[in-house]
Design a protein around this ligand. Structure first.
Ligand code: SAH
Ligand code: SF4
Ligand code: F3S
Length: 434
């Protein structure tokens, strides 16, 4: 088989990172080797995100940039949520795209490339096929120390601002047997930590009423696996069983990403989120009652249509009460086809910017305080990547804090006991203990 090269760039969420890895695996079977150099690549694969305006704009400027450096005869393949959202339109918008493929069709990628080479015709595949892509993609043979594993995909919640139910389709839970087989394969391939992924990961359900808590307990039985995480959780679907898992499963890390989005019940209702602020805070209290040190993170949207100063103040107030360890915050972006994009009372851009800056200032100070609270402690750090400077590695504490340590490359992929000696808003520094 001729050696061919594949360059991949991934935008968007962790699900897209997972999907990109699976596509790399599918193409490896056909002789494609990953490369960091787009000018060397026979196939340039862009895995796209449609969540906010800027996300899709980035794609088209990236295609333009790559087209200038690519070698003659290479293919540009666009995958992901922009393809699902735009359909055929995407081929019209950018004549440089050779193949467009939606998130449910990744197992068909090698076949589509072969078809393109045979017919030299631009193709798009973005339907919801009867077979599951998961059943038809080869298992990965190599894994980073911190691996991703998709267990659930799609969403039935239809928050009024969000494109995900349209780009990823309705909710689907993978069977436990399949998930456990993939988890074992990942551990065999080098994973020490597995992040279970889903657009609403805690909506995962198995046979006989089994929920995510039960699945985590099963995954925890795998020898050689040391850490388990899961993301993203939807507040009203948190079960007591999942909360209890944090008390009885030591491999489950003390961290939960639980997006509240906004601190005003009126806005939550307009967003079609299925909980109130009080219900959200009760769930946080329940997590803290079984695991007092649990780190909490969230997503926030500011400037949702109709958001008043008072509504926004309520978001700041809930942040003050909860005390987040980390967070992501965004200006509301009107996405085509969503109900919120048609709402009359859109908020001016400058108001959104002002609110976002104020919120981010508060969230950053909380993140700094949380990081500072771990200085002087001894924590386990899973070393996952090389640092910016020679002789440095970066890893993660149980609370998901990025931590820079002095260590030789040979310690990559290991969990080391580290004394935390410094903290900023974004990272820790530590010293490996002998
Ligand atoms: N399923 C997850 C979130 C998935 S999208 C949940 O419900 O929590 C990731 C984040 O992007 C969301 O939590 C939200 O904060 C943000 N987001 C989604 N649509 C957006 C939009 N139209 N404008 C701004 N932010 C948005
Ligand atoms: Fe989007 Fe809401 Fe579904 Fe999350 S729960 S993916 S924000 S529709
Ligand atoms: Fe983006 Fe699709 Fe993920 S829209 S956030 S890549 S599910």
């Amino acid at each position: 088989m001729n050696k061919k090269f594949l360059f991949v760039k991934t935008f968007g969420c962790q699900m897209n990172v997972y999907d990109s890895n699976r596509m790399v695996g599918a193409l490896a079977v056909h002789g494609y080797e990953p490369t960091e150099a787009p000018e060397k690549a026979d196939v340039i694969l862009l895995n796209t995100c449609h969540i906010r305006e800027k996300a899709s704009e980035k794609l088209f400027s990236e295609i333009g940039r790559l087209a200038k450096v690519r070698k003659k005869g290479s293919l540009i393949v666009v995958a992901g949520c922009v393809v699902q959202a735009e359909g055929k339109e995407i081929l019209r918008r950018s004549p440089l795209i050779d193949i467009a493929i939606g998130p449910q069709n990744y197992h068909q990628l090698p076949e589509l490339i072969a078809k393109y080479v045979r017919d030299q015709g631009r193709v798009i595949q973005a339907d919801f096929p009867a077979e599951s892509k998961f059943d038809n993609l080869p298992m990965l043979k190599t894994s980073p120390a911190n691996a991703f594993l998709a267990i659930q995909e799609g969403c039935d919640n239809f928050c009024s601002y969000c494109v995900v139910p349209y780009t990823r389709g309705c909710e689907y839970s993978r069977p436990s047997k399949e998930i456990l087989a993939e988890a074992k394969a990942l551990v065999k391939a080098g994973a020490k930590e597995i992040m279970l992924l889903g657009q609403n990961v805690n909506c995962w359900h198995g046979d006989k009423g089994r929920d995510l808590g039960d699945l985590i307990r099963d995954v925890a039985k795998i020898n050689g696996l040391e850490r388990i995480r899961y993301t993203t959780s939807y507040p009203s679907k948190i079960t007591q069983n999942l909360i209890n898992t944090h008390a009885d499963t030591p491999k489950l890390m003390p961290y939960i990403h639980l997006p509240i989005q906004a601190g005003s019940d009126r806005i939550l209702k307009a967003m079609n989120r299925q909980y109130t602020v009080a219900e959200y805070e009760k769930i946080i209290a329940d997590f803290r009652s079984v695991r007092p040190d649990i780190a909490i993170s969230s997503d926030f949207i500011v400037g949702f249509p109709g958001e008043t100063e008072e509504d926004f103040e309520q978001t700041l107030a809930v942040v003050e009460r909860v005390q987040y360890a980390s967070s992501f915050s965004f200006k509301f972006s009107a996405r085509p086809g969503t109900p919120a994009s048609l709402m009359k009372n859109q908020i001016p851009e400058e108001v959104k910017t002002r609110r976002l800056m104020k919120l981010q200032k508060l969230l950053q100070s909380q993140q700094r305080s949380f990081n500072e609270s771990t200085v002087g402690k001894e924590l386990d750090v899973l070393l996952t990547e090389c640092g910016k400077m020679c002789g440095q590695l970066v890893g993660y504490t149980p609370y998901m804090q990025g931590t820079v340590v002095k260590a030789p490359k040979s310690q990559l992929g290991k969990i080391m006991r580290v004394k935390i000696i410094g903290a900023s808003a974004t990272a820790l520094t530590g010293k490996i203990l002998k």
